[in-house]
Every structure is written in structure tokens, then in C-alpha cells.
Design a protein around this ligand. Structure first.
Ligand SMILES: NC(=O)C1=CN([C@@H]2O[C@H](COP(=O)(O)OP(=O)(O)OC[C@H]3O[C@@H](n4cnc5c(N)ncnc54)[C@H](O)[C@@H]3O)[C@@H](O)[C@H]2O)C=CC1
Ligand SMILES: O=C(O)C(=O)Cc1ccc(O)cc1
Length: 299
């Protein structure tokens, strides 16, 4: 039996539209009703035939839904929760895909008392945005971290886990605060570094814009992909995972200064030891199948 028969998706960008496509592929009998605040996005979703119904407002989309998934930037979760609250049935599960979990759990819990709120985060994506960027296989073999609040209904949590497994994801349950600390290391800080280094390179007057483009082979090119990620989404990630990111940034800048010192004093052994350790980390990621180059993301 399907875990959910009627699913509503609010926000039909990269993740919402990937979810819609993945649901269509894996659970074709699910009734799919979607909405988005942007009229152009709604129009495009209709053209692409991604849902059974596309509503103008979020409230209308969630009527009679068993599962509602909020796929909007983290900073927009509260506004959407306020919009859908009056239309929800008592048995509806409300989940989300936000990249930060503690603040989302807090705003959804406060805005939707008495509702089954079970936040989640599929750790899968790209630097692209919008409904054309989505694809059905995005979640295949990728982790989906579910962060159930302390008093969450175990049966509803299992139904949500089963839903994500059917989309091809590997599911892990985690405390929201722990999720935010882990993702600060594995995702949020790397994005911040990419934004920073690409900004620095473009600010350097000695390196003209043409040279940055012409010689952007290898490492810098990889950074520019990450630094092309959605500005609104990432603004919200940093504003909502402030403590974990700031703590980590402190540690990161200390380590960077240690490298600066090693270069200044010609401490080749220090540099080589670190680079050997990091090469091993890369190899272990590839062995675990977590490397994006193995997946077909069209990059
Ligand atoms: N981009 C990525 O690689 C990943 C993103 N996420 C999370 O998924 C969520 C969505 O991200 P993307 O799909 O990448 O963004 P996106 O920018 O492609 O799509 C977001 C959509 O939400 C709509 N929206 C914004 N405010 C709204 C509101 N108040 N009511 C209804 N619709 C609204 C926008 O019009 C847009 O179509 C974010 O919370 C992000 O943190 C999670 C995993 C990966
Ligand atoms: O494009 C990339 O490299 C990503 O890291 C995608 C991504 C962005 C945000 C998330 O919360 C999860 C995955």
C-alpha cells in the first residue's frame, strides 16, 4: 500500500519539481496537487505536466492532502505554514525539504499546533533553480535525513520514511540540532567558502575578468559551480544556521592560518601530511558511492 495517496507540494523549484517527477515515476497513482507563489512557475509546471492540479494559493493545494511537503526557501516556511494551517486535516503530515532543520522545526511547530510536523532534508541537489532544473532521479541513492520532533507519531514518521525510500533515498533519523551541526561542516561551510573565493577572485584587479574565465580550469571552476547556487536559498541557510556556521568558521579560520604559517616557514611536511589525509577522505567518499560524479547530474 502507498504510504500517502494525496500529496501536496508547495514550491515547485528544483527540489519541488524533482519530487513531483520522482513521485510520478515511483508512485504513479498518487494524486499530486502543487502550488507556487510565482505565477510564471505555476504556468511552467502546467506546461510540463508535473501535477494533477496546480492551485494559485498554497491553502487550496493542501485541502484533503495526506502529506504536504514544503519546498520553499527556509525563510519562507513560516509564511507558507500560516497560509496552509487553516486548510489542514488533523491526520495530515506536514514535512519540508529545507537545508536547515532546527529553525524550520521551530517555526512549523509554532505555526501548526496539533499537526503532525515531521521535517526532513534530502541531501541531494544542484546549483540550479526552478522547475526546469528538476529531474526524477535526483534522490536515487542519496540520503534523506528525517528529524522527527521529540513527540512525533512513530507511525507517521515510518510512513514518511517509506515515502522517501520509494523515491530511491536512503533514510536516516537524526536530532535536528545534530543535523544542523553536521550539515554546517559538509554543506554550508563549503558553500560559504565557494561564494567567498569566487568573490575574491572577481574583486582582484590584477586578474581581469577575461583571465578569470579563460584560466578557470580545475579547482576554481568547481568553486564557480557551487557559487552559482541560489542566492535567496543560501542567504536563508546562513541566517538560520547562524550558530553552527559561526562556530565552524572560527575553527576553519584557525586551520587556514596554520596553513598560512606552514607556507610562510616552508613546512612542507605539514602541508604534505594534510593533503595526504584529505586525499584519503576523497577516496573514501567515492568508495561509499556518495560522489556526485558517479550520478548523472548532467554536469
Ligand atoms: N537546491 C538544492 O540543491 C537543495 C535545496 N534544498 C532546500 O529545498 C528548498 C527549495 O530549494 P530549491 O528547490 O533549490 O529552490 P528554488 O528556488 O528552485 O525553488 C523554490 C520555489 O519556492 C517558491 N516560493 C518561494 N516562496 C514561496 C511562498 N511563500 N509560497 C509558495 N512558493 C514559494 C519560489 O517561487 C520557487 O519556485 C530550500 O529550503 C532548500 O534549502 C534541499 C536540498 C537541496
Ligand atoms: O550542488 C551541490 O553540490 C550541493 O551541495 C547541493 C545541495 C545543496 C543544498 C543542500 O541542502 C543539499 C544539497
Amino acid at each position: 500500500m502507498l504510504p500517502f495517496a494525496r500529496v501536496a507540494i508547495i514550491g515547485m523549484g528544483l527540489i519541488g519539481s524533482s519530487l513531483a517527477r520522482a513521485i510520478r515515476a515511483a508512485m504513479p497513482t498518487v494524486q499530486l496537487v502543487v502550488s507556487d507563489a510565482d505565477e510564471d512557475v505555476r504556468e511552467r509546471v502546467i506546461q510540463l505536466g508535473l501535477a494533477d492540479d496546480v492551485t494559485d494559493g498554497a491553502g487550496a493545494a493542501v485541502v484533503d492532502a495526506d502529506l504536504v511537503i514544503l519546498c520553499v526557501p527556509v525563510g519562507a516556511m513560516a509564511a507558507v505554514a500560516a497560509e496552509i494551517g487553516p486548510e489542514l486535516s488533523p491526520d495530515t503530515v506536514v514535512s519540508d525539504v529545507g537545508s536547515v532543520k532546527e529553525s524550520v522545526a521551530k517555526v512549523l511547530g509554532a505555526a501548526l499546533p496539533g499537526v503532525h510536523v515531521i521535517p526532513a532534508h534530502p541531501v541531494a541537489g544542484t546549483e540550479k533553480s526552478g522547475p526546469d532544473a528538476g529531474f526524477a532521479s535526483l534522490f536515487q541513492g542519496r540520503w534523506c535525513i528525517i528529524t522527527p520532533p521529540p513527540r512525533a507519531d512513530a507511525m507517521m514518521v515510518e510512513k514518511l520514511a517509506e515515502f522517501w525510500r520509494r523515491l530511491g533515498a536512503r533514510v536516516e533519523l537524526m536530532d535536528a540540532a545534530h543535523h544542523d551541526r553536521v550539515l554546517a561542516v559538509t554543506s554550508h561551510l563549503p558553500h560559504l567558502i565557494a561564494y567567498s573565493i569566487v568573490g575574491t577572485a572577481s574583486d582582484l584587479e590584477a586578474v581581469t575578468k577575461a583571465e578569470v574565465i579563460k584560466y578557470s580550469a580545475g579547482g576554481f571552476r568547481d568553486f564557480t559551480r557551487i557559487a552559482a547556487s541560489d542566492p535567496v536559498m543560501w542567504r536563508d541557510v546562513f541566517l538560520n544556521n547562524r550558530e553552527a556556521v559561526l562556530e565552524l568558521l572560527g575553527r576553519f579560520t584557525e586551520d587556514l592560518v596554520a596553513l598560512q604559517r606552514a607556507i610562510r616557514w616552508g613546512e612542507g611536511d605539514t602541508l604534505e601530511a594534510l593533503f595526504t589525509r584529505t586525499r584519503a577522505i576523497r577516496r573514501s567518499i567515492i568508495d561509499e558511492g556518495q560522489d556526485t560524479e558517479k550520478a548523472d547530474f548532467g554536469r
